[in-house]
Design a binder for this molecule. Structure first.
Ligand code: SAH
Length: 350
């Protein structure tokens, strides 16, 4: 519930409006997950809350810890659908990767989440609660969110196909009486839901954007990411150009490019990509090259590290900033494209 919804709710229970603020802080700032723990509320009111509402709807099924420190949380909604979030520690700054959907309706050929199909759109509460679960586990319940913790909407699902809930969740999380994760510390990744890129660009409080590209031509992208048949590269690049106009001072946006051995990683592919960005005059962009994370059910191989470096060098020689993303949590099925609600992981259960 937004603050306004919460105010309406507490007044409907016959309580004064100011109680909404107490409840809001208890949920989002103190990250309490049961009404009984909100001991500064009168017992009567707590009883009413318990009878009328749920403060938490996710249960943690299991947690997996990678040799590199990454943690994957496999949770379930109250209607039994899997939800996954990943905690990625890095020096000086931690990142939490959250999901927007259970499963995913897009059929990107190189992604394991796709094999689940769409199970459901996550509610606003389910999106926020994932992050609360992770924060409580990592930093302890009630401890302040460390300044500098970043959020990425790059878990399971397509965020822009659950747009309204996503935006409502981000607004709740940005609240300074709540988690206080401001838009500048959040990046949302889309496979290219073109109308929503325009809509997102127009939000005054939007977070950063990443667009998953993974191919420089329609022919190849149609095969790898069938969403390209709905909105092709021309439409996507025009939207990207429009988004570029919304960038703030110093801000850039990202194209993600999954590196698939002998599929999209040739020197020609790199040059085609630089040409594409050039044709649409996209300048304030960077390309994140993501080594492919394999799985038995996926037909692709990762590019060799040498070819990834070559690809990067070609882009740079053409004036395009390019970075190679370090895979994290591969051993526990926590890396990009690996969130498929896997409950058995060799040797790493916790
Ligand atoms: N649906 C959104 C959010 C998922 S983000 C999107 O597509 O952007 C997940 C990122 O991981 C995307 O950039 C996607 O292209 C990438 N990815 C998917 N499968 C992968 C795999 N097996 N290995 C590496 N990256 C993968």
């Amino acid at each position: 519930m937004s603050r306004t919804e919460l105010e309406e709710f507490v007044t409907s229970l016959g309580e004064p409006k100011y109680r909404a603020q107490q409840v809001f802080k208890a949920i989002h700032q103190r990250r309490l997950r049961s009404f009984d723990e909100i001991t500064d509320l009168p017992k009567k009111f707590r009883e009413k809350l318990v009878a009328a509402a749920d403060i938490s709807r996710l249960t943690v099924e299991s947690k997996y810890v990678s040799t590199d420190g990454t943690r994957r949380y496999l949770m379930k909604t109250d209607d039994g659908k899997p939800v996954e979030a990943v905690f990625i520690p890095t020096e000086g700054r931690d990142t939490i990767c959250f999901s927007s959907q259970s499963g995913c309706p897009l059929k990107c050929d190189f992604c394991l989440t796709a094999k689940l199909g769409l199970l459901k759109n996550l509610s606003v509460g389910e999106i926020v609660e994932q992050i609360i679960v992770v924060l409580n586990d990592v930093y302890g319940a009630g401890a302040e969110t460390p300044h500098g913790t970043n959020l990425v909407g790059m878990g399971a699902g397509e965020p822009f196909l659950n747009f309204d809930n996503l935006i409502a969740a981000l607004r709740l999380m940005a609240d300074e009486d709540g988690l206080f994760v401001v838009p500048n510390r959040v990046t949302i990744s889309t496979a290219g839901i073109v109308p929503k890129i325009y809509e997102y660009a127009n939000l005054h409080d939007r977070a950063h954007l990443a667009i998953s590209l993974s191919a420089p031509t329609d022919e190849l992208r149609n095969k790898l990411m069938p969403i390209n048949k709905r909105w092709d590269l021309d439409e996507l690049m025009k939207a990207a150009r429009e988004f570029e106009k919304s960038l703030r001072r110093g801000e850039r946006f990202t194209f993600e490019y999954v590196m698939l051995g002998r599929v999209n990683d040739s020197d020609k592919n790199a040059n085609d990509l630089a040409d594409l960005l050039g044709r649409y005059k996209l300048r304030r962009v960077k390309v994140n090259l993501i080594p492919h994370n394999g799985a038995e059910q996926l037909d692709y191989n990762a590019s060799t590290p040498e070819q990834v470096q070559r690809f990067k060098k070609i882009l740079e020689s053409r004036g395009v900033s390019a970075y190679v993303r370090t895979p994290r949590g591969r051993d526990i099925y926590a890396a990009c494209g690996q969130l498929a609600a896997k409950a058995e992981v060799a040797g790493a259960g916790a």
